[in-house]
Design a protein around this ligand. Structure first.
Ligand SMILES: NC(=O)c1ccc[n+]([C@@H]2O[C@H](COP(=O)([O-])OP(=O)(O)OC[C@H]3O[C@@H](n4cnc5c(N)ncnc54)[C@H](OP(=O)(O)O)[C@@H]3O)[C@@H](O)[C@H]2O)c1
Length: 218
């Protein structure tokens, strides 16, 4: 018999969705080889969809909500992790087909966990959230393609959104000249504050391009 802890559980009975704080025990968690005491989770758009019953996020019921978490390892069957390690998990089906981060404890696969570096706190990891993590993955992808600030202006679409706004901020910090494309020109000040060198209306990108036109973006 293990201690009970709190979790935010989504359930569905006869097409009626319910969301409740429940008390559960470790035995009721799903399979995995690392047990984590969750300290933080973020609130992603996808969490909003799951909690309001929009189709396509939660794949099986009952399901603990929360698409990400940071926490401290309580026990691990994988030698890559030890008790006390600070860890983060973004995505990997949390709150879709595996119990998520809106829970005081989680059991997950070690392959889905990353150790947090000393200079990022658990709270900061979740302030970055899955949106910020996604933006950084995109930027690492650009780096893999060898794209550098001296290659010219770089375009961020959906710039005022969750992923886009973090991308604008990181790319400008890395020294890129960032052109932010947005459908909300009233957010121009916000975007230049994040580091965009210029802001364009997203409708400009829908205009037909000229044959043999010059490449514009890095
Ligand atoms: N958030 C995550 O954790 C995450 C993880 C993996 C993948 N993704 C994917 O990354 C993309 C962006 O996600 P997000 O969380 O940043 O979403 P978001 O906050 O809703 O931002 C999306 C942005 O796209 C722009 N947009 C909206 N309608 C558009 C249209 N019809 N044509 C062109 N642009 C339009 C808007 O920016 P403007 O008003 O500035 O134009 C909007 O803010 C999505 O495809 C999402 O599925 C997100």
């Amino acid at each position: 018999m293990t201690d009970k802890f709190q979790a935010l559980m989504i359930d569905k009975k006869e097409d009626e969705q319910s969301v409740n704080f429940v008390k559960i025990s470790e035995d009721e968690l799903m399979e995995g080889n690392v047990l984590v005491d969750v300290t933080h989770s973020s609130l992603n758009y996808k969490d909003g969809l799951a909690l309001t019953g929009a189709p396509g996020v939660v794949r099986s019921f009952p399901m603990i909500a929360g698409i990400d978490f940071s926490g401290i390892v309580k026990a691990s069957e994988d030698e890559k992790f030890s008790q006390g390690d600070r860890v983060v998990l973004n995505g990997y089906g949390l709150s879709e087909n595996h119990f998520g981060g809106y829970s005081e404890r989680a059991r997950v696969k070690s392959d889905h966990l990353l150790k947090l570096p000393d200079n990022i706190s658990n709270k900061q990891a979740m302030a970055i959230g899955t949106a910020g993590y996604t933006a950084m993955l995109c930027i690492l992808g650009l780096e893999d393609w060898g794209i550098k600030p001296e290659d010219g202006k770089i375009l961020v679409t959906g710039a005022s959104g969750g992923v886009g706004s973090v991308a604008v901020s990181i790319l400008s910090t890395l020294g890129f000249q960032v052109v932010a494309s947005t459908g909300r020109l009233n957010e121009t000040e916000y975007l230049t504050g994040l580091g965009a060198t210029s802001v364009i209306d997203r409708s400009e990108l829908s205009e037909p391009s000229r044959p043999l036109g010059k490449e514009i973006w890095a």
